[in-house]
Ligand binder design. Structure first.
Ligand code: SAM
Length: 214
């Protein structure tokens, strides 16, 4: 795509920084990751626009601002291991991979997982492990995680995800009904678990054993 760097710089300035995304590491990750590589050819000209786009199979790559809000809320640090539920296109995983040591990402639709893995390999983002399965169960084999981000809307917080957080770990998850959710940040500390509300959002459904039924 011609001038993709300029398109990213404009997106970062007009959609992220101007709306209050402050973490410079997060802004730099959005400047670096070529979002147009995560959408199909016919949508590339819209890749840096201010809304979600279809990635097929009834799923979407989220609006850049929503990816930024979730990333900033998760606050990944360079030495940390992060789990993402809902790989989709692989874009959120790519952003996270610039900010932490290792990313695990799980997707229930195998065709999306395979395509995301190819895209991430082509870009040389080798600190990302793509898995296929039901992310409402977490990914116990590689647990615990410093952070978990769920990029689909859940009817409630899956207990398995809270259990797979390290002490000090953060879980960022949209919770609500099928049309509107509240973005929550749950933090695990030695004293227990605390919960904050970060505002309204709208995601496709989290489908699985501890989510919505298919
Ligand atoms: N993070 C993605 C990206 O950057 O492109 C966008 C995710 S899309 C809004 C939500 C994704 O969650 C879909 O690809 C959907 O198939 C996936 N999903 C829904 N329920 C899931 C589950 N139980 N386990 C894993 N993935 C799930």
């Amino acid at each position: 795509m011609k001038d993709s760097h300029l398109a990213r710089a404009t997106m970062v300035k007009e959609q992220l920084a101007s709306r209050g995304i402050r973490d410079q590491r997060v802004l730099d990750a959005f400047l670096e990751v070529p979002r147009h590589r995560f959408v199909e050819e016919y949508l590339k000209y819209k890749a840096y626009d201010d809304y979600p786009l279809s990635i097929g199979y009834g799923q979407t790559i989220s609006q850049p601002y929503m990816v930024a809000i979730m990333t900033e809320a998760l606050a990944p640090k360079p030495h940390e291991r992060i789990l993402e539920i809902g790989t989709g296109s692989g874009y959120q995983a790519a952003i996270l991979s610039r900010l932490c040591a290792t990313v695990y990402t799980i997707e229930r639709i195998s065709a999306l997982a395979s395509r995301a893995r190819r895209t991430l390999d082509d870009l040389g983002y080798f600190n990302i492990h793509v898995r296929i399965g039901d992310g409402t169960l977490g990914l116990p084999l590689d647990a615990p995680y410093d952070g978990i981000v769920v990029t689909a809307g859940a009817p409630h917080v899956p207990e398995a995800l809270v259990e797979q957080l390290c002490e000090g770990g953060r879980l960022v998850i949209p919770v609500g009904d099928q049309s509107l959710q509240d973005l929550k940040r749950i933090t695990r500390s030695p004293d227990g678990v605390s919960e904050e509300s970060l505002g309204g959002c709208r995601f496709v459904r989290l489908i699985g054993r501890n989510g919505w039924k298919d």
